[in-house]
Design a protein around this ligand. Structure first.
Ligand code: ADP
Ligand code: MG
Length: 333
């Protein structure tokens, strides 16, 4: 069974940046306002995340790495969205099958922090401890998760990875995107053993966050869009290039219901639309956030599932392109 679980986990978590995406989302779910990520060897030796969110209760600690253990389904109603989300309570479980996991966490009402080690879905004794129970320790309210030796037991997965530098850049890219989508949260990303951060965002507007990632020239020209489509039950919030600025390569950041996703169809349609505005070989910057009914979207299938699926795709794409086009025309006037 351990081998089967490991193979399944290696499908879900294929590289360090998949793990960090899940960990960041957990920190955001815990209402963290400050998130610090540290990586060693592109996240393979060490992947560490520290947040100031609400923490995990000591009593819940034995469960967090168990498959399908989630604290996020509280009402019977939620079951409808669970069916479509498909992926719940599997992230930490999967990670614990392919790495050594240590969690240190403190809730507001606990007098101290608690630390526990995990392996293959269950709490295990730490390097020094004889028992598997959480051990009291010092710490602030929030959670620290340490992932060590990712894929130590999945050599094939490890071989398929690129260089540490490439893997680290993928981590940085995920952090950058979440920092833009969560501009009120301060994010830090650094390599272990260094004091200087490779990225640090200060809380501000979405445009501020884009400036911090892509620079002032990109941020300055962006047009902000907020538009809802009651018929489709879709809300669009976006910051996109006006017709003046161009990137060498299209930068396309897409969030659906606050999850970072990819959609070749949306991206291609928006890029095509821009080609009528921009000079040949010029590209746009687009940050697009969509909110739709959870039942209408399948964003959460797998951390690695590249393409998002949602209802009324053609109509939603038309709505996005029309809205951007109208806004660009307005700005032009
Ligand atoms: P899910 O996010 O789908 O619930 P995960 O495997 O990602 O599943 O996490 C399992 C559980 O661990 C969460 O439901 C939550 O209760 C707890 N958890 C994980 N990370 C954090 C965190 N940073 N802060 C507080 N609770 C956390
Ligand atoms: Mg999660």
């Amino acid at each position: 069974e351990a081998v089967v679980n490991r193979i399944a986990a290696g499908e879900i978590i294929q590289r360090p940046s998949n793990a960090i995406k899940e960990l960041i989302e957990n920190s955001l779910d815990a209402r963290a306002t400050s998130i610090t990520i540290t990586a060693k060897d592109g996240g393979l030796k060490l992947l560490h995340i520290q947040d100031n969110g609400h923490g995990i209760h000591k009593d819940d600690m034995p469960l967090v790495c168990e498959r399908f253990a989630t604290s996020k389904i509280t009402q019977f109603d939620d079951l409808a969205s669970v069916a479509t989300y498909g992926f719940r309570g599997e992230a930490l479980a999967s990670i614990s099958h392919v790495a050594h996991v240590t969690i240190t966490t403190k809730t507001e009402d606990s007098p101290c922090a608690w630390k526990a080690n995990y392996s293959d879905g269950i709490m295990v004794p730490g390097k020094t401890g004889a028992t598997a129970d959480p051990k009291p320790t010092a710490g602030n309210v929030g959670t620290q998760i340490m992932i060590e030796d990712l894929f130590f037991n999945v050599p094939i997965r490890k071989k398929a990875l690129k260089s540490s530098t490439d893997e680290y850049n993928k981590i940085l890219d995920v952090v950058n995107r979440y920092a833009i989508h969560n501009s009120a949260v301060s994010f830090t990303c650094k390599k272990a053993g260094t004091n200087s951060a490779d990225f640090r965002s200060n809380p501000g507007t979405t445009r501020d966050a884009i400036r911090q990632v892509f620079g002032p020239a990109v941020a300055k020209e962006l047009v902000e869009i907020s538009q809802s489509n009651p018929g489709l039950d879709v809300e669009l919030h976006a910051l996109v290039s006006n017709a003046n600025y161009n990137m060498k390569k299209m930068a396309f950041l897409l969030f659906i219901n606050h999850r970072l996703v990819e959609s070749t169809n949306i991206k291609r349609a928006v890029d095509n639309m821009y080609s009528t505005y921009l000079p040949k070989n010029a590209h746009a910057f687009c940050y697009v956030s969509l909110e739709m009914k959870p039942q209408n979207v399948d964003v959460n299938v797998h951390p690695t599932k590249k393409e998002v699926m949602f209802l009324n795709e053609d109509l939603v794409i038309e709505f996005i392109c029309d809205t951007i086009r109208e806004k660009l025309a307005e700005v032009d006037d």
